[in-house]
Structure formats: C-alpha cells, structure tokens
Design a protein around this ligand. Structure first.
Ligand code: D54
Ligand code: ZN
Length: 281
C-alpha cells in the first residue's frame, strides 16, 4: 500500500539497554516521523504487540490496510484500537458508520471491524489522528469518548512543576476494552514534569506521544530502569516506547500535552510501582 508504511520495533532487554548510545536509543524507542500528510505510518512493536500509528488525511481518505506481519485479512480481525485526534475536528468511519472527533476526543474500535477510514479534511481544518492497537480476545462495541465521558483527575502542584490534568479516555470505567488503555495528560502553564514521581508497571508496556509543544521547545524524556536511566530529546508530535521495566517521564522546556497508551496484563490504571525521587539514578 503506497500510502501506508510500517516498521518493526524489537523488544530490548534491560541488559542490552545499558549499552546503547544516543543513536541506538533513538532508533529503538523514538518514533520521529509518525505524522506525514496523506500517509499512515505504523510501528509494530514487540512490546505486547502494540501497534503505534499516525496519519494526516489531507487530500484523500486513508483506509487502514492490513499489514503483512498480522497475517490477517483485516487489520482489526484480532485487534482492538484507540484513536485520539490531536488536530482540528475530523471524521473516521468504521464499517460505514461515521464518527466526528473534535480535538482531543477519542474513538474505541472493537475487534472485528473490517474497514476503518480516516476521512480527508477537504477545505476544513486539518485533523491529525494518533492511534494505538493491541491484540484483543473479544469484540467490544465501538464507542466515541468525549471529554465529558472521560474520567478526569488533577494531580501534582505548581510548586513542584508537575501540575497536570489527566483525562482517562479509554479505561475500563469509561469503555469496555480488552487490554488497551489510553488517555491524555495536559500540563498547566509553568509545569514541565510529567509522571513525576516516576513509576514502572512491569505488567504493562506504555507509549507516550508528546504534542501541543510550542515551536522550538523540546521535551527531555527519561527512560530505563529507575536506577539506570537515560534520556531522549523529543520534538512536538513524536512518540516514544516504554518497555514494561522502564520509567516514562519527561521534563519540557515549556508546558505541553501527551497521550499515553498501554497494553499488557491488567486494566487497573492505578497499578503502578512508584519510585521515590531520591532513589533515582
Ligand atoms: O501509567 C500511567 C501513565 O504513565 C500516565 O497516565 C501517567 C500520566 O499521565 C501522568 O502522571 O502525567
Ligand atoms: Zn505508566
């Protein structure tokens, strides 16, 4: 398929992780060019087989095609998927049913959906769709999740530069999901640290997409075991993988938002092993 690309991301062990230099770290964890006009770009990861994707349907509709590694007729034959729009209002169709997604709205698509189409923007504003897909054991109904449907919490404080609002969009208290969980966190102006104090959850992998980062600003993302950390400098609209054994946290040169997505063992959002800041290395 000309407008669709995919890349395989192999799993890295903690032992191998320690030996990686800057370029190898970036190659194995950073997804730099997810969003290209009129293209669907996918990363098939070997962390819980989560697929990370992005697309900007500008001049043509982009139908999500199966990819060879799935050995499946349709992309979602054995998978579920969550889409979040980080651009202007746009439309996605699932087997002919249309869903309008405003900025920061989500769509859960259940296993077995045959045809998913990201509709061209035409002359309206430009939607930018980000999505995660994980293997699924059963079919749950496709459902749109708006901000009003989400479970929202405000945590952190301005005094510790980590005041942020977490919008849990695809979690089991909001929508039936097999293993995929997704949500969106917005840092308040003046706050730069996400997910601090840090945590790991060896039961689940995670992926972050940073967005709404002002021009020329960067996020320094931290990963690795809590006592063996590394960093990756990231630009707006780039995503980064977090193996189950890794922390996932970042500090920006301004405030920003990010989408988190997880797959793995359980659906308990709060199941995290928190690390004391003074134990970090
Ligand atoms: O396991 C959960 C994820 O790491 C995120 O939801 C954390 C987050 O959004 C935050 O603290 O800002
Ligand atoms: Zn986490």
């Amino acid at each position: 398929m000309k407008y669709q690309t995919y890349k395989i991301q192999h799993a890295i062990s903690p032992r191998e992780f320690k030996t990686l230099g800057t370029n190898e770290l970036r190659e194995n964890f950073l997804m730099e060019d997810l969003f290209v006009s009129d293209q669907i770009n996918l990363h098939y990861t070997h962390y819980d087989r989560l697929i990370v994707g992005g697309c900007i349907p500008k001049t043509k509709d982009l139908a999500l095609e199966t990819i060879e590694p799935l050995k499946a007729e349709a992309f979602l034959d054995r998978r579920e998927m969550g889409i979040i729009n980080i651009g202007d209002e746009g439309e996605v169709t699932v087997d002919g049913q249309s869903f309008t997604l405003a900025n920061k709205e989500a769509l859960y698509i259940g296993k077995g959906a045959k045809i998913v189409v990201f509709k061209a923007s035409g002359s309206a504003g430009q939607p930018v769709f980000y999505f995660n897909s994980a293997p699924a054991h059963t079919n749950y109904p496709t459902k749109k999740i708006s901000e009003a449907d989400a479970e929202t919490v405000v945590i952190g404080a301005l005094s510790t530069s980590n005041l942020r609002k977490i919008r849990k969009l695809i979690v089991n208290s909001v929508v039936k999901t097999c293993q995929l969980q997704m949500g969106l966190t917005e840092l308040k102006e003046g706050s730069v640290w996400n997910t601090f104090p840090v945590h790991v959850h060896d039961r689940r992998m995670e992926v972050y997409l940073y967005f709404d980062l002002p021009k020329d600003q960067m996020v320094c993302h931290f990963l690795g075991e809590p006592q063996e950390t590394r960093h990756i400098w990231m630009k707006n609209q780039q995503a980064v993988l977090s193996p189950p054994w890794s922390i996932h946290s970042g500090a920006g040169t301004s405030n920003y938002s990010f989408i988190w997505g997880m797959a793995g063992e359980n659906l308990d959002y709060g199941d995290m092993d928190v690390v004391s800041p003074t134990d970090m290395r």
